[in-house]
Design a protein around this ligand. Structure first.
Ligand code: HEC
Length: 733
């Protein structure tokens, strides 16, 4: 028993009626043990426990007293303080889901790792990667915990390096890996020099099973990306123990679902959203994304296993037990965005261990945990064919009969927003020009309407599952996009630096920073007048290394630094022709490629307002035993786009919900910066508060050493609150 029960005694003995409080605490503690039996530590891993259900059995905070929540403490640098070096803001610090072990909270904030007293908010230690000669982004969504006897470790990543930190002191453990680091690029591509391997890092934490930490990764989504193989490392030594090839090598299962050299040529197929573990069965579950490049599959005919798959592996060996592919030959960037939820459904008195996988397209795949067979019928449904030359669209896609989609999938003209007659008419004209035959309409040169878009449906906030009711709570986003494909011209003759830079920009940067270079604040910064802010050296360094959601592009700009600078700073000096561009021949034998020139951007009307009618964010409650919806309500608000007198609009946002045994679902993450408590039976908002900064993280719910229930969220890392902080709530006394 590691929860300091003694402390609880001490704090309650001084009060009247302590017997009752004590009894309640014991009940609460007992129920905590029951659910977190393998982690009697309250919120011991990312999204609560290794089954990643984002559910808390605590019930001190309930429907009748939630009105009495108040701020317990806020931890972080001063709200207006500059973020840690190396980033515009604190580096998406607000995405972190803190873990709590034995009264200490561990989290990521402003590109550093912090240990904080979970009851008082006092700092225990700070780990600054820069002070340990580590560069690159820290896994921003959280950390892992492992212990054996007295050896207690926090495992996380900085850039390509997996590191272990002493959980008591905050010091780098130098005996882990080479001088305290495990370079995750090593061994990723047979025979390749690790330093030459492009962009491998981690945005979400791995999972711990026994003495192994099993890691997914974040790689980029462009041509030439690194593969996203799953690796297991020894938590004590850092030694690579096994690898599961998400793009199979010759002789491996699934190899024939690709062209023969695909394993050498393609990247992506990574699990960037996190994994889950069934410790009883020694099984690890992964959820993969699509192949890089996201929107073009001419070079990779086939169903492309294990892209967009839930895969069950033996956690000790990495051997595949089963897989379920949610999209064949993905052309839509519909990565699986959340770790598989390991759930136990009670049906007709029988308990069924299952896996629930949410998708960007709005589906919930409910699979038997042991066999991978769907618990509801799934129809392989014919889908439209691509008209990109050579593209072999997969003829069918799997569509569950139940549960129905939690996101609006079919958009009609009636769904087009109407902020003004002119804006509406122009949107309708655009909509009519686009290719759109419903879900799975393939990318096209004329432009395909893509809904739910690459940021639609469920995101890494994932689902929260209440085992006592079979109900899954899901935040969903409604954000259509356009996929407009353009052929990349490889012939580079007599081009100015500006023109070469423009080609690079169109191929690699436009998806995030936009055709106008204006970005999409606060996700993607504007690069207009970047020269006023950064020196040439700083710009180049940023492009090479990346940061936050930006991958590094060292390869793409190699030898073309002057060109990308010319384009970014807007000096089109046509007379200044570089040697490599001036007489460059057409590249013989170079494969034809296409790029989506408007990738990853929510579609807007002519005034940059949302293209479709609200709600843009919803919270659904679905019974996974019956496949039926209990409720679907608007979640969040976008005050800038709410019309006077109209209801709240719902908001896009990546944060996930957390249900508790107190009958509450906590969810925030909208543009209105509000954290809300919903009645878990009806979806009615029963409490809300405005946070001092944007929230982009799933809450953590835990018990403090004082026996009281706390709700913690990471906030900030935006313009209002650049350095970010963690804020916690508890009931007023
Ligand atoms: C996947 C999205 C994405 C792509 C693709 C991308 N960037 Fe970025 N970029 C970002 C994000 C996010 C940041 C902010 C990073 C941070 O806070 O550290 C950024 C920051 C920058 C900055 C620094 C801006 C500032 O205000 O400090 C520059 C310069 C930049 N990007 C240039 C490029 C160029 C050039 C390319 C193409 C070669 C590119 N980016 C591709 C997302 C992207």
């Amino acid at each position: 028993m590691n929860i300091p029960v003694k402390k609880i005694f001490k704090s309650v003995q001084q009060k009247k009626g302590y017997q009752i409080v004590l009894l309640l605490s014991i009940v609460v503690l007992y129920s905590a043990y029951k659910v977190f039996d393998d982690h009697p530590r309250v919120w011991s891993s990312y999204r609560g426990n290794s089954e990643t259900n984002a559910y808390s059995p605590l019930k001190e905070i309930n429907k009748s007293n939630v009105q009495n929540l108040e701020v317990a403490w806020q931890f972080g640098p001063q709200p207006t303080a500059a973020p840690a070096a190396g980033g515009r803001f604190g580096g998406q610090a607000s995405q972190s889901n803190p873990i709590v072990i034995d009264g200490v909270m561990y989290s990521i904030l402003s590109r550093k790792v912090y240990a904080v007293n979970s009851t008082t908010g006092e700092q225990v230690w700070e780990f600054d990667p820069a002070a340990n000669a580590l560069t690159g982004a820290v896994a921003m969504r959280g950390v892992c915990y492992w212990e054996k006897g007295d050896d207690k470790r926090i495992l996380t990543t900085v850039g390509p390096n997996l590191i272990a930190i002493n959980a008591k002191t905050g010091e780098l453990i130098k005996t882990f890996g080479v001088d305290g680091k495990v370079d995750m690029r090593v061994g990723l591509i047979p025979g390749a020099d690790a330093n030459a391997i492009r962009d491998v890092s981690s945005s979400s934490p791995g999972v711990v099973c026994g003495d192994l930490i099993i890691m997914g990764s974040r790689v980029d989504e462009n041509y030439g990306a690194s593969p996203g193989h799953i690796r297991a490392y020894n938590t004590i030594t850092g030694k690579l123990t096994w690898t599961f090839h998400t793009i199979p090598h010759p002789g491996e299962y699934g190899y024939e679902t690709w062209p023969k050299d695909a394993w050498k040529e393609f990247g992506g197929v990574n699990d960037w959203a996190g994994l889950s573990v069934d410790k009883k069965r020694n099984m690890v579950f992964i959820a993969t994304g699509g192949t890089s490049y996201d929107f073009y599959g001419v070079d990779r005919p086939g169903s492309n296993l294990f892209a967009d798959c839930v895969v069950a592996l033996d956690a000790r060996t990495g051997k595949r037990k089963w897989h379920f592919q949610t999209i064949h030959h993905d052309l839509w960037d519909w990565d699986l965005t959340s770790p598989p939820n390991l759930i136990t459904i009670t049906k007709n008195g029988r308990k069924i261990d299952a896996v629930a996988q949410l998708s960007k397209s709005g589906f919930i795949f409910v699979l038997d945990r042991v066999t991978g067979k769907s618990l509801f019928p799934i129809k392989e449904t014919p889908v439209p064919k691509s008209d990109i030359p050579g593209e072999k669209t997969w003829p069918t896609q799997p569509i569950p009969v139940l549960p129905k989609s939690f996101s609006r999938q079919a958009i009609t003209e009636a769904d087009i927003s109407n902020f003004s007659q002119a804006a509406h008419d122009s949107s309708v004209r655009l909509f009519r020009k686009l290719r759109y035959e419903g879900l799975f309409t393939p990318p096209s040169v004329k432009g395909t309407f893509h809904s739910p878009g690459s940021n639609g449906g469920a995101d890494w906030g994932g689902g929260s599952f209440d085992p006592t009711t079979n109900i899954m709570y899901i935040k969903s986003n409604e954000a259509p996009e356009i996929i407009r494909m353009q052929k990349i011209e490889n012939r580079v003759t007599n081009q100015s630096d500006f023109e070469i830079g423009k080609t690079i920009y169109t191929n690699y940067c436009i998806g995030c920073h936009g055709a106008s270079k204006g970005g999409d604040e606060f996700n993607y910064p504007s690069l207009i007048n970047i020269q006023k802010k950064l020196t040439d050296e700083q710009i180049i360094a940023k492009i090479k290394v990346g940061g936050g959601k930006m991958p590094g592009f060292a390869d793409a700009i190699k030898g073309k630094e002057a060109a990308i600078l010319a384009y970014l700073t807007g000096v089109d000096n046509k007379t200044y022709v570089t040697a490599q561009s001036g007489n460059a021949p057409a590249v013989p034998g170079q494969k034809v490629k296409y790029t989506n020139v408007v990738a990853y951007q929510a579609l807007r009307d002519m005034n940059r307002k949302p293209f479709i009618t609200p709600p843009w964010g919803t919270l659904s409650a679905v019974n996974l035993a019956t496949g039926k919806y209990i409720f679907k309500v608007t979640a969040g608000n976008e005050p800038n786009f709410q019309k006077p007198g109209e209801p709240e609009t719902g908001s896009t946002g990546n944060a996930g919900a957390v249900a508790t045994a107190g009958g509450i679902v906590f969810l925030g993450g909208g543009a209105d910066h509000k954290l809300r408590a919903y009645d878990s039976k009806t979806g009615k908002v029963i409490w809300e508060t405005t946070l001092p900064g944007g929230q982009n993280a799933t809450p953590s719910v835990y018990q403090g050493t004082d026996g009281r229930e706390y709700v913690a969220v990471s906030i900030g890392s935006d313009k209002d609150h650049p350095s970010g902080s963690i804020i916690t709530f508890r009931l007023k006394k």
